[in-house]
Design a protein around this ligand. Structure first.
Ligand SMILES: [Cu+2]
Length: 809
């Protein structure tokens, strides 16, 4: 996503050259050789892992049938791409392979050739029909469902241009393949397509380069007076830009806002500190696919909190004075940026700054006295009675299928769907927002980072690879993209201290079981933020879904400290020199298809109320009740599709009214938000909410339909218009009866992030999530039959594999 502009300010002449990332990294490397180290300590090499305990002592015993949910293999993707090419449905199989062609096209034809081509953008598994898949999983049918791909194609060759999705398949069978259009032609408009890094940043470089050349004297003059200065006499200043859709975008006018930022020069390979180094310069680019990219219209030039009709107008007003080293040049107020002060955006590992003596010692770590207790086979995982299949969709992220506990299905599907953020902001970065599934090279699944043992997951973790289509080389495997590990929480799953002991035991005793969880994790870094995506299993039948946020905030330019900052305190907080941390939100959406004792399910809410006995029961208060005021629960089975906020009721559950536990209570699973969860505060008529139905409530309940796959589709340009109906939550919620139906709960959890100084340089990881917990699903606690800690000779087992004991203090 990061494209670099290189500004050369040597001598009298000024030249701005647009370069791509590879060239920029090359330049950075050679510059580092020229100017030497900037004095930061080399990061310490990771210490050797702790002694490894025996592994693989638990065999995988399942049938592996849930492998029908494996994402497309690289071979399958190429098979589908071959077919589409031969069928004439794509001119270019993968956008990811276009980088060189785009540059050639831009030089020779202004980019018209690519804009007039059909380009294969994304190849995904089209989930099998549930009825077919469920029959195969249960053994009712011996035939696995046929595999199909869903392919998203930018149809630049269509008239009018549009985005199409094709169902392609079946794969791997004797039957010949076919491609079927899944959307009405023209319904997903060209101007609404998701941004595509491989294709589009190169296009935007043209108008951005032209604009920066027009403003070169402003930038150069600012540099000579120190505002855009280089570092340590280094004549190079690296500028980057961030591009986001403008909220004024329409079906015909695709507007990209470009915000200039600087890049900390020493940060080879990691320039993310630059998201804190906003420059006071922004402008808008209007895409016109029928014209050469260099001629695309640029307007709304904002410099230093002032709007100019064009770069030329800003440049000419600036030239009228042309005396550097003044706060005002010509008619232009110069905003001091002082981007040479970048060290505050960087972490500083420094042994002399250790907070306490213990910092020098190793942290506690996980070890497994008798080997790991979970087993895997491909994406199939087994642990302590749990069975599930896990994978990562390239666009949407971590997904689980066929989730079973103690031999019974709990959920057919739990899928990560979308991570959304919208920023306030007045100057420089304006109103920024993004749907993270939409970044071609930066999406939730495909940008998964290889996980680091000892940082992201314990050394005892097992790893799974995923297929990503983010690379310029086409589809490829990312090794170690998902980790699976078991770790103790340090507390107990249950405990009780008995003063009276038991008949056979000591007079006083504690009983209980240490709490240990299985964690399935992937981490993706779509730019500045890191999203840490977890599915967490407990031995009591609870599965939790958590998203933690880490990394760098996005900041905007501030003229000065709080006293002279237009954005403080309404839209953000000063967090560094000329830097305002901008108020924003993080909203995460999931699809949860619980199946409680089958698929005849209902949605029940519980409110804890206070009132008279008559209000609670509708009957007269019995005489033995002395005070007529009492707490009671009001349960409602909701008749039709609905959305609720986390604070509307005290409890939410999916239940099966026909399947009762031993006590005659309907079996169920409850949905428990893990922390104070924020609903989107943008009103329903805000341009972003037309496609944001999935974040209008915390829990939305609908009748499950195969064609209602997910309630979002990647694109930041669905502004003021809904997504195609297949992905539109507002269309899913149409008052259908939901009693004794196969239900989907669409769960949205979020946080408002009002920044603070401690969010710099990077935030302390924080997160959102929810748990799915058995509610009368069993007749008693599911852990009742598990050995208590004392009965496992736990201490003796630990001895076998423990690191050396510390001397007593
Ligand atoms: Cu944040």
């Amino acid at each position: 996503m990061l494209t670099l502009l290189l500004l050369l300010t040597g001598g009298a002449g000024v030249e701005i050259k647009v370069i791509d990332r590879r060239e920029a990294e090359e330049m950075m490397r050679s510059r580092s050789l020229l100017f030497g180290s900037t004095g930061h300590a080399e990061p310490e090499k990771p210490a050797d892992p702790p002694p490894t305990c025996p592994q693989g002592t638990v065999p995988f015993v399942g049938d592996g049938k849930a492998s029908i949910f494996d994402q497309l293999s690289i071979t399958e993707i190429h098979t589908v791409a071959d077919y589409l090419e031969v069928a004439g449905l794509v001119d270019h199989r993968f956008a990811s392979g276009l980088a060189d062609l785009v540059y050639e096209d831009l030089r020779a034809h202004g980019g018209r050739v690519i804009m007039d081509s059909n380009v294969g953008i994304e190849y995904q598994l089209l989930a099998p029909a549930k009825a077919e898949a469920a029959a195969f999983l249960s053994g009712e049918s011996g035939i696995p469902p046929a595999r199909f791909a869903k392919v998203t194609v930018f149809r630049g060759a269509a008239s009018p241009r549009d985005v199409m999705q094709y169902k392609v398949g079946p794969l791997g069978g004797a039957t010949s393949m076919a491609a079927t259009e899944m959307l009405a032609a023209g319904s997903w408009k060209w101007a609404r397509r998701p941004e595509n890094n491989a294709m589009e940043k190169a296009f935007w470089q043209m108008p951005v380069g032209v604009t920066m050349n027009t403003l070169s004297r402003l930038i150069a003059a600012s540099s000579s007076s120190g505002e855009f200065a280089g570092v340590d006499g280094n004549p190079y200043v690296y500028l980057s830009w961030w591009a986001y859709p403008d909220l004024g975008s329409t079906d015909e006018d695709r507007i990209i806002n470009v915000h200039m930022m600087s890049i900390p020069p020493q940060a080879e390979g990691d320039s993310q500190g630059g998201t804190l180094l906003a420059l006071p310069l922004s402008f808008s680019v209007h895409e016109d696919p029928d014209r050469p990219a260099a001629e695309w219209r640029v307007d709304k030039v904002e410099y230093c909190y002032r709007l100019y009709a064009s770069a030329a107008e800003l440049a000419s007003q600036f030239s009228a004075g042309a005396t550097p080293r003044l706060s005002t040049i010509g008619e232009v107020e110069v905003c001091s940026a002082r981007i040479s002060e970048y060290s505050w955006t960087q972490m500083k590992p420094d042994e002399t700054q250790r907070a306490a003596a213990g910092t020098a010692l190793s942290m506690p770590s996980v070890y497994e006295p008798q080997g790991s207790r979970f087993a895997t086979s491909g994406g199939n995982i087994e642990w302590m009675g749990w069975e599930l299949h896990v994978s990562a969709d390239d666009w949407h992220g971590l997904t689980a299928h066929a989730v079973r506990f103690r031999g019974e299905t709990v959920a057919y599907e739990i899928s990560t769907m979308e991570v959304f953020a919208s920023y306030s902001g007045v100057g420089s970065t304006h109103q920024v927002f993004y749907h993270d599934s939409q970044w071609r090279a930066l999406r939730i699944g495909g940008e998964a980072s290889p996980l680091a043992a000892g940082l992201d997951c314990p050394h005892t973790a097992s790893f799974l690879s995923i297929t990503s289509q983010a690379s310029d080389a086409g589809p490829e495997r990312i090794e170690r993209a998902i980790c699976i590990f078991e770790a103790p929480t340090g507390g107990s799953l249950y405990r009780h201290y008995s003063r009276f002991g038991s008949l056979s035991g000591p007079a006083e005793t504690s009983m209980g079981r240490a709490k240990s969880q299985l964690v399935i994790r992937s981490i993706t870094t779509p730019g500045n933020y890191d999203y840490i995506n977890n599915f967490v299993l407990d031995e009591d039948g609870t599965i939790s879904v958590q998203m933690d946020f880490g990394g760098y905030m996005l900041a905007s330019y501030a003229r000065d400290a709080a006293s002279n900052n237009e954005e403080y305190p309404m839209f953000g907080v000063p967090v560094g020199p000329h830097t305002n941390g901008v108020l924003h939100d993080h909203v995460v959406g999931y699809k949860v298809d619980l199946d409680i004792a089958g698929t005849s399910n209902s949605f029940q809410t519980t409110s804890i109320k206070y009132g008279t006995y008559e209000e609670a029961t509708g009957k007269t208060k019995p005489a033995y009740i002395s005070y007529n005021g009492i707490k009671y629960a009001e349960n409602i089975i909701h008749p039709t599709e609905l959305g609720v906020h986390a604070k509307d009721y005290d409890g939410y559950a999916v239940i099966n009214e026909e399947a009762l536990n031993a006590w005659g209570v309907p079996r169920g699973y409850e949905i428990v938000p893990l922390s104070t969860t924020a609903r989107q505060v943008l009103p329903d008529d805000h341009p972003l909410m037309a496609a944001g139905g999935w974040m209008k409530h915390n829990i939305m309940v609908t009748v499950r339909k195969d064609e209602e796959e997910l309630a979002t589709v990647p694109s930041n340009f669905n502004i003021g218009v809904p997504t195609p109906e297949r992905y539109n939550m507002d269309a899913f919620l149409n008052s259908e009866p939901i009693v004794k139906q196969d239900l989907v709960t669409w769960i949205t959890v979020g946080r408002q992030h009002y920044p603070k100084a401690e969010d710099v340089p990077v935030v302390s990881n924080f997160g959102v999530g929810f748990s799915l917990k058995p509610r009368n699903f069993y007749a008693a606690a599911a852990f009742k039959d598990l050995p208590a800690a004392q009965e496992t000779e736990y201490g003796a087992r630990v001895e076998a594999c423990a690191p050396p004991k510390q001397a007593p203090r």
